[in-house]
Design a protein around this ligand. Structure first.
Ligand SMILES: [Zn+2]
Length: 123
């Protein structure tokens, strides 16, 4: 299935966003196991975070196969739709829907909560 120019979710993003200066995207290796964001982070370095359909970061979405849910790069804050990541093989890039402000307290709090839920972090 080809899905280009997906409209962004109609609800506002749950965290502050920054203007996408570089639209960018993510490449996915042919086996689909590793994803590399345009910022250079891949899912083997800093694990990407699952988010729900509204872009809210939640560990409950980890491993979800729902194409309308999102994945967030924790390094640069870019938000991708799962279905786009699945499609992004070969020379196809998954378009970033938005980019969160990675310095925003709400984003950092979500990151900490996610890591705590995922890894029982010390903090
Ligand atoms: Zn990134």
């Amino acid at each position: 299935m080809t899905s280009t120019n997906n409209p962004p979710p109609t609800a506002p993003w749950p965290y502050p966003t920054t203007p996408l200066t570089v639209l960018g995207g993510a490449e996915v290796e042919a086996d689909g196991d590793n994803q590399t964001c345009v910022c250079g982070n891949d899912s083997f370095s800093f694990d990407w975070m699952a988010a729900d359909r509204t872009g809210r970061i939640t560990f409950e979405g980890a491993g979800s196969s729902d194409g309308d849910e999102c994945t967030v790069c924790p390094v640069c804050g870019r938000v991708y739709r799962n279905a786009d990541l699945v499609d992004a093989t070969g020379d196809r890039l998954a378009p970033a829907l938005a980019q969160y402000d990675t310095t925003a307290p709400a984003f950092l709090a979500a990151l900490r909560r996610y890591n705590r839920d995922a890894y029982e972090d010390q903090q």
